[in-house]
Write a protein that binds this ligand. Structure first.
Ligand SMILES: [Fe+2]
Ligand SMILES: [Fe+2]
Length: 292
């Protein structure tokens, strides 16, 4: 990794691994999501040792964590990063909605200022703050968010329910209690879309292969949620935004999109784009490995 605060887009990670003759060589990329490391007591015993061993065994050029690293237990974030302190790879992350949870205070400021700095101090680059390029492959990313464009189309909102208030009957989407952005979900989503588009434009000027990462979903087909009550069907609105997927499809250099959040693995293709939801659960962590 480059030193903290380095300006611009670094185009070499550890070791500078481009082929000497300039020919394209495949990069190996390992991706996990939803570690929820502060809740690791809910995992199968040894799960994080196994995840760590799998990452090291894969010998990836790039290791990516697609959000929900921790929740209210922010104190555990450095310990999660430090599991991979000795990994000789470019280490990237985007936060998840849980990473924006605070018991009090300004989640937006924490997202924009504190999280990138904490990540940098522990050897990870937060893609939201800065894209990356390694050996001709660009990496862009965002927490992603929701603008209710993934809401269950067949749900008639019960009286008193409101997507903005995140309440439906006795159900509440807990971002309402722990995330304070100082702006609406739609405004935040618009802002993130604009920033991601800017990152795409920036890296596409330099590379032909791009990997995009968002914690929240970008495609409606990846929605996975309980449909047995109106309250659970209501929660589909908070899974992501289809506008991220529409944007990625307008950028043919994006080869892969990785997401998390729904804790159910899935995969789809759109032309030259493969979208993968990693699908770690609270009990078991998953690792996706691709070469690009
Ligand atoms: Fe999660
Ligand atoms: Fe999440």
């Amino acid at each position: 990794m480059g030193p903290a605060g380095r300006a611009g887009i670094p185009d070499r990670g550890p070791g500078g691994r481009a082929a000497a003759d300039g020919a394209e060589r495949a990069l190996k990329i390992a991706v996990t999501a939803d570690p929820h490391f502060d809740l690791r007591a809910r995992c199968e015993p040894g799960e994080f040792l196994a995840l760590r061993a799998a990452v090291f065994a894969a010998r990836p050029d790039v290791f990516i964590v697609a959000g929900d690293l921790v929740g209210l237990g922010k104190i555990h974030l450095p310990a999660f990063f430090d599991l991979f302190a000795d990994l000789p790879a470019l280490k990237l992350a985007v936060p998840g909605n849980h990473d924006l949870w605070l018991p009090a205070g300004d989640s937006y400021r924490y997202y924009r200022e504190d999280l990138p700095e904490i990540s940098r101090r522990h050897g990870f680059r937060l893609l939201d703050a800065e894209p990356a390029i390694l050996d001709g492959v660009g990496f862009v990313g965002s927490v992603g968010w929701y603008d209710y464009t993934l809401a269950d189309e067949t749900l008639e909102l019960p009286a008193g329910a409101s997507y903005e208030a995140k309440r439906c009957g006795g159900g509440r989407w807990n971002d309402a209690a722990f995330v304070r952005l100082g702006k609406s979900d739609r405004e935040f989503t618009d802002e993130l879309l604009a920033r991601l588009e800017e990152q795409l434009t920036q890296v596409e000027a330099r590379v032909e292969r791009v990997i995009a990462v968002t914690h929240h979903l970008a495609f409606p087909e990846m929605r996975a949620w309980r449909r047995d009550t109106p309250e659970y069907r209501f929660f589909a609105a908070y899974l992501g935004s289809r506008r991220f997927g529409e944007m990625l499809e307008r950028h043919p250099r994006v080869r892969y999109h990785f997401s998390g959040h729904v804790h159910a693995p899935s995969r789809l293709t759109r032309g030259g784009l493969t979208a993968i939801n990693v699908g770690s659960t609270y009990r078991a962590k998953r690792l996706e490995i691709v070469e690009v």
